[in-house]
Design a binder for this molecule. Structure first.
Ligand code: DGJ
Length: 749
């Protein structure tokens, strides 16, 4: 899978008659689907040769055109800058003649920023070593067993600055995936500041690509944007301290015309929950440099002698089967090599959350009444959302005071959870552990624990501040409060919320020289606490949330197998949100609930069945007062519950195919889930707008076995996979906002 080869190229240095030679060491990662190749020059420059579709076992270094006069990498070559500024580099450094987007930039003891990492050696290991940094408890990343992946670790050195950088590349045995990360080590000449340490750079040939990103806002997460590249830099990023609802840490470049099935896609995803940057630069030489990593904006990390710094992991997915192929690769990878929860392959309990049912206005009896009714309908868990602690009857107080409000819940949590458990239901609870309200006991006792700049006004958002999670004392204190609550009753689920971005980013506990590290130290602090929580309570079902999907990123998936996708619970808006989210994330991770109508956010009314079918494809639940909804809606819940139980495994383990695209055609959406062994499939169809005088909507099915015959329960027809793909089925319905599902079962072979 990973191998090293030697090759030699001949070239003429300008003005010289004699043919010169350059020896190159080629490092190559291959599996059946992809090839990734690099070359090391005699002077130790690490060049990028190729990434993409699996190619033959040929010498690929001709792609570098090193034999052309300007680009020869010889010592004292008068055209060294021509070489530096035009050749594709694996990990480009700032300040030495490559003026394109760099991955690495420092500030050394002399105040200099140039750096020059050169190849020293490499090693190959089976499997995938964990990402580690001394003093950091947990860095989320994909994992693999020894026989599932191989890792190449290339050691680079900047002798002048006394720095070593280990570039790691993991290739998964049977997935079109390379993961990359970088670890920098200060070998000891003096202090160095890391100003920019990105996780990966990949140079793609030419510039004829389209850039796809996932953008939005609160309640409108993961809207797909697709634009052709233009000369210069184009990027997606976050400066909010969280990965954000505005931009997901994802970027893909695809060949023009790429659709769900065809076209080449190079996708990049950062396993990180803080400020990120993903950028494509079309260079003067009409090549495309892509980089991804921690956003260098306002980042500076002091690296003292013998200290190390580990970047987050970048996941590179290649697909020659369009966007559908890209998504299925992400889904498979994340389901089996990123989510580590006890719950990852288990059917999640169908929950009812009281947020949209009661907001802050509830007590034990109200919650019990909801649970009692819900249990009769087959719902399996009650989640008590915001408002159970301190004196929280509105959103302007008590965050940080994680003690039960006994006016609402007399006797604490145990009496309530005991009653819920007696109904045969599980119980879950909401926290927002990273926050402190301006009006709270915690803030009054420890104002210094909020992220702040002393002497400046603190910007409030929802009347709250962000706790300084770079400070272990703060984390320990919060964790103590959480565990007191978790140990006080039978709590089997936690919704971990996070409802504001970071401002006045300063810490009262960090020294002046390390203040700019707070952005990243904050994220590491969050990981530390999530790691403790999931280690100490291994069977706890953790659901992440950040004002909906404001921190829906792969690092959060490492800790929590499901993430609340959006506060927008309107079934029609959800179609777009879930569509974009499914670009990278499996449906088993996508929190989706049926809510009441008119929808609290939009005022739109949709049929209860449609709300059920839209939520069905996610981690299913309800977000309504089941005691007050119309009786005919309530009567449908047992059927929806049964449907989820019936199809859950197929959807969460199967292959997903998107048959519609609401960003292009807003009249319908349709998804298919096909079992890995192709023995069954489910088609979900939502008609957003009915159309008069048109033929019924025809959907061409995907992913089925062409040679097998499938019986469709809804149409009563038996047709071959070949026919269903070529001729499709007609799914036209009457009306707006209506939905239908179709189940296909393969005949025994
Ligand atoms: C934002 C979340 O996205 C909602 O689901 C809800 O938990 C509220 N916070 C509670 O304040």
């Amino acid at each position: 899978m990973i191998r090293e080869e030697q090759t030699t190229i001949g070239f003429h240095v300008w003005g010289a008659e004699k043919l010169s030679e350059e020896k190159l060491t080629v490092l190559r990662l291959d599996n059946d689907g992809i090839t990734y190749a690099m070359a090391v020059t005699e002077e130790g420059y690490l060049l990028h040769v190729y990434y993409g579709k699996r190619c033959g076992d040929d010498d690929l270094t001709y792609l570098l055109h090193l034999d052309e006069g300007n680009y020869t990498p010889q010592h004292h070559n008068r055209e060294r800058m021509g070489f530096m500024d035009s050749r594709p580099f694996e990990y480009p450094c700032h300040g030495i003649g490559d003026f394109r987007e760099p991955c690495f930039m420092i500030l050394d003891g002399d105040g200099m920023s140039a750096c020059d990492l050169r190849y020293k050696n490499h090693r190959i290991v089976s499997g995938k070593p964990e990402l580690k940094q001394k003093g950091v408890s947990c860095i989320p990343a994909t994992f693999a067993k020894e026989d599932e992946a191989e890792t190449l670790i290339i050691t680079m050195e900047d002798e002048h600055a006394g720095l070593t950088a280990e570039l790691s590349y993991t290739i998964f045995r049977d997935r079109n995936v390379i993961t990359r990360a970088v670890k920098v080590y200060n070998r000891g000449y003096g202090d160095v500041r890391l100003q920019r340490v990105l996780s990966a750079c990949v140079e793609l040939p030419g510039m004829d690509y389209e850039m796809i990103t996932l953008n939005g806002n609160w309640a409108r997460e993961c809207a797909v944007s697709r634009v052709p590249l233009h000369a210069g830099k184009q990027l997606t990023d976050s400066l909010r301290g969280v990965s954000s609802a505005q931009h997901n840490p994802f970027m893909a470049l695809c060949t023009p015309g790429t659709d769900e099935e065809h076209g080449e896609v190079y996708a990049f995803h950062l396993v990180y929950s803080g400020n990120f940057l993903a950028e494509a630069e079309v260079t003067g030489g009409k090549q495309t440099r892509t980089v991804i990593g921690i956003n260098p904006y306002d980042f500076s990390w002091l690296l003292r002698p013998e200290e190390e710094f580990q970047t987050p992991e970048a996941v590179l997915v290649y697909s020659e089967e369009g966007l559908g192929g890209m998504s299925r690769t992400f889904h498979d990878l994340y389901r089996s090599h990123l989510i580590r929860s006890y719950w990852k392959d288990r059917e999640r309990p169908i929950l009812i959350n009281n947020w949209e049912a009661t907001y802050f206005n509830f007590d034990q009896d109200k919650l019990y009444a909801i649970a009692e009714e819900a249990s009769k309908l087959g719902i399996e868990m009650l989640v008590m959302d915001d408002g159970w602690f301190g004196c929280r009857n509105f959103d302007d107080n008590s965050l940080g005071d994680w003690v039960v409000n006994e006016e609402k819940l007399k006797g604490g949590l145990k009496p309530l959870t005991d009653r819920i458990n007696a109904l045969g239901m599980k119980f879950g609870i909401w926290f927002e552990p990273e926050m402190v309200s301006d009006n709270s006991e915690l803030y009054r006792a420890h104002p210094e624990w909020a992220i702040q700049i002393i002497g400046r006004d603190l910007t409030q958002a929802r009347a709250q501040y962000v706790l300084d999670y770079s400070n272990a004392e703060v984390r320990d204190y919060v964790y103590g409060m959480l565990t007191n609550i978790l140990n006080s009753a039978n709590i089997e689920y936690v919704k971990w919320d996070m409802n504001r971005a970071l401002t006045e980013v300063g810490s009262t506990s960090l020294p002046r020289k390390r203040q700019r590290e707070l952005w990243h130290r904050y994220v590491l602090g969050v990981y530390d606490l999530m790691n403790r929580l999931t280690t100490d309570y291994p069977k706890l079902l953790l659901e992440n949330c950040s004002s909906g999907g404001g921190r829906f990123d792969p690092a959060m998936l490492y800790f929590s197998p499901q993430i609340w996708a959006s506060d927008d619970t309107d079934a029609i808006e959800r179609l777009k949100i879930q569509y974009g989210t499914s670009y990278c994330y499996p449906v088993s991770a996508m929190g989706a609930h049926v809510s009441d109508c008119p929808n609290h956010l939009l005022g739109r009314t949709t049929p209860f069945d449609t709300r059920g079918d839209v939520a069905l494809v996610g981690t299913f639940g309800y977000e309504l007062d089941v005691t007050r909804i119309p009786a005919e809606d309530r009567a449908k819940i047992p059927g929806q519950v049964a449907k989820y139980h019936r199809f859950h495994k197929l959807m969460s383990d199967g292959d997903q195919y998107r048959l519609g695209n609401l960003f292009k055609d807003n009249t319908y959406d349709a998804w298919m889930f096909v079992a890995k062994d192709k023995s069954e499939a489910l088609l979900t169809y939502v008609q957003v707008l009915g159309k008069p005088s048109e033929p019924a909507k025809r959907l061409y099915l995907r992913g089925l076995d062409a040679d097998r015959k499938y019986f469709c329960e809804e149409t009563g027809q038996t047709l071959s996979g070949k026919t269903l793909a070529a001729c499709g089925i007609d799914v036209g319905l009457r009306g707006d906002f209506v939905s239908k599902t179709f189940y296909f079962k393969a005949e025994e072979a």
